[in-house]
Design a protein around this ligand. Structure first.
Ligand SMILES: Cc1cc2nc3c(=O)[nH]c(=O)nc-3n(C[C@H](O)[C@H](O)[C@H](O)COP(=O)(O)OP(=O)(O)OC[C@H]3O[C@@H](n4cnc5c(N)ncnc54)[C@H](O)[C@@H]3O)c2cc1C
Length: 221
């Protein structure tokens, strides 16, 4: 289990954190599973007087914050991958071309067309932001706030995608895979549940905005 611990309380807060890999079987650890709306399991982990040998320290003492910041940069870059929205988007477009409502195909409805055009545009923007971040890495530059900016946009984009898809499908869009007549085999309903975490995990949108403002624009903290 990866654990970040305050190892020096007497220095500014970012300088006093160290990383450890702790044996999950160590005495004093309690793991409480949490089944989430998105169908994923996460855990609350409690440490009560757990003793961890020095040999479990990862890297330098009190350098943990910097390792975490670097790892979070990669996580924010890899979390979404806009390309993964392309297949469901194509299935949604096909759905609008084959589904009638009020005597007309959905794809003839101006609101539906506007939603689809907006989605197509946003997916392209997310791909461009990803390309930019990968280009920085390729040139050996640090990701810094670029991955925060990407995650901020891509996470809210997936939620907007789901909202727009549910608008297009109407109440049936909430039917789950096993329900009879679920459009697109419940794909959007599942995505709606799974996308709630998007603007929380890997850094909430508020924190990411703060990083873009301070590290990206040099605004005061
Ligand atoms: C389903 C799920 C799975 C998870 N899995 C993992 C995992 O595998 N590994 C892991 O390490 N973590 C995991 N997390 C934890 C996740 O990374 C945190 O929940 C997330 O970073 C937010 O931190 P927090 O919950 O402490 O919220 P808090 O920091 O308490 O924030 C609460 C609210 O206050 C806002 N806020 C906080 N500080 C500021 C500020 N300075 N300015 C403005 N607004 C602020 C936040 O944006 C948020 O809206 C998971 C969380 C969930 C929900």
């Amino acid at each position: 289990h990866w654990l970040a611990v305050r190892t020096n309380p007497d220095v500014p807060r970012h300088h006093g954190i160290s990383l450890f890999v702790v044996d999950q079987r160590a005495e004093g650890i309690t793991i409480r599973p949490i089944e989430t709306l998105g169908g994923e399991r996460t855990n609350e982990v409690f440490y009560d007087s757990v003793r961890v040998p020095k040999s479990r320290l990862v890297g330098g003492l009190n350098k943990g914050f910097y390792y975490m910041a670097e790892a979070l940069g990669y996580e924010r870059l890899m979390l979404f991958q806009a390309i993964r929205l392309v297949p469901p988007f194509k299935r949604l477009v096909a759905y609008t071309k084959s589904t009638m409502r009020g005597g007309h195909l959905l794809c003839d409805n101006p609101d539906v067309r506007r939603h689809l055009a907006q989605m197509a545009t946003e997916i392209r923007i997310a791909q461009a932001l990803e390309d930019r971040a990968f280009a920085l890495l390729k040139k050996g530059n640090p990701l810094d706030h670029e991955s925060s900016l990407l995650k901020l946009f891509a996470s809210s984009m997936r939620q907007r995608f789901v909202d727009a898809a549910l608008d297009i499908m109407g109440p049936a869009g909430r039917l789950e895979e096993e329900a009879e007549g679920a459009p697109l085999a419940g794909e959007i309903a599942k995505m709606a549940r799974a996308s709630v975490i998007d603007t929380i995990g890997g850094g909430t949108s508020e924190i990411l905005k703060s990083l873009v403002a301070t590290r990206g624009m040099g605004l005061p903290r």
